[in-house]
Design a protein around this ligand. Sequence first.
Ligand code: SF4
Length: 546
Amino acid sequence: MSTPASRHHKRPRGEGQWALGYREPLNKNEELKKNDDGLNVRQRIIDVYSKRGFDSIDPADLRGRMRWYGIYTQRRPGIDGGKTAILEPEELDDRYFMMRIRIDGGQLDLRQLRVIADLSNEYGRGTADVTDRQNIQLHWIEIESVPDIWQRLEAVGLSTTEACGDTPRTILGCPLAGIEEDEVLDATEQIREIHERYIGDPAYSNLPRKFKTALSGCPSHCTVHEINDVAFVGVVNERGEKGYDLWVGGGLSTNPMLGKRLGVFVAPEQAGDVFGGVIGIFRDYGYRRLRHRARLKFLMNDWGPEKFREVLETEYLKEPLPDGPAPEQPRANRRDHVGVFRQKDGRFYVGFAPRVGRLSGDQLHLIADIAERHGSGRVRTTVEQKMVILDVAPERVDSLVAELEANDLRVKPSTFRRQTMACTGIEFCKLAIVDTKNTADNLIDELERRLPEFTEPLTINVNGCPNSCARIQTADIGLKGQLVLDENGKQVEGFQIHLGGSLGVNSGFGRKVRGLKTTAAALPDYVERVARHFDEQKKEGETFAD
Ligand code: SF4
């Protein structure tokens, strides 16, 4: 017989799922969202904060709701990584902001690119980083300039709405949608529809946590669908119809999980509704009690794909979805679209590699000018911190490539330039423990000098903390920033090493090699050793992940 105490013990603890009646905010973040929707901060920024200045900003807006518009305070310069976990948020806050401009599908025309370039130069001290989710991030933004920035972005169809926060973030899409010779389908219209229907809609602006989306028919699977909360992957079913295979519940960070296939076929015209269903399930059934268990992957982990599909069909779509095939294996191991390739209309696209995504306002202007001089009106950002110029006539390709190369925008980069990514790191990020961009930049230089003949694919992802913004677990060499001891026992910047992660044919997460750490200073030596060893030992056709 159960006693009252044991009955109490057995009562299932709510995970903060709205649909099961757990409405009471159970943590600070949930309380903040309940008190006032993140989207409402826009008017306060325009009417009050931009006029009265930084000190007038309500702390709950400053460190919470402003994210709903892609705005974070950046890290105060000079605070070392050892203090990251110790200091109070206000001690880490600078009076300047990082601002993320969302570029859904990575699609930009030259007018838009030039507006971003101007804003970078006028308000961002020339900073402009291409992120691994196709956004462009500016730094050093002052609150006073935000309304003007928004106005100018919005005049060309861009925005920062829901670029951060517990919201549907930027929708990834293949930069070559509509032009790739052997694409499965062009997802541009579905990206546009989903953006129009859901972004900025208060019905979906209070999610348990961030929500990442990818939609693509790219034969190289360039949108890393396996690690998004929801991904629509182009397929052709047995009747020859084009549509999407649906993946749900992927994500990295500290508990990495690959998305699961629901096994359904989504016709392009249903994609908007299906997206609404998945995001609706997340909003209603997602876990809100513990912040670190709030991503959709935890619900998927508990439910499994069968239950998720059943709830999606019965409660949200009110109709079953047909079964569908899995995607073909990706065409190539490299998903970055760097190089010169033919489009289906006979023209060419040219992908190039800036250094770890770091560009400047002047360089964005230069890219727009080079594209225009060569008859192109469109550029794209990729999910590998790269860019692509589209629609180049065959006779103009050589000159365009030469101009890009002459400006250190490499169309034929070394493996190291091409496949090294770095997150924002200690320069601007308040969660960072170590520097990333400069470390990675230096690493590329060193490896190019030491290993000029090395041509094997080898991905190196440099992260400033365990949050894995630059995908620690999916790189051949994944680096997680932490403080380590050098040979003199002194605490210095360094990395925990994860080896052998990959997406694509043999998806799998890199293994943390117990005790395998390096100081930042010794990183080039470490990677050189690993690369040489791999080059000497590899068998025919073997990749690093094998
Ligand atoms: Fe900041 Fe960490 Fe993300 Fe890097 S991985 S951008 S340091 S939160």
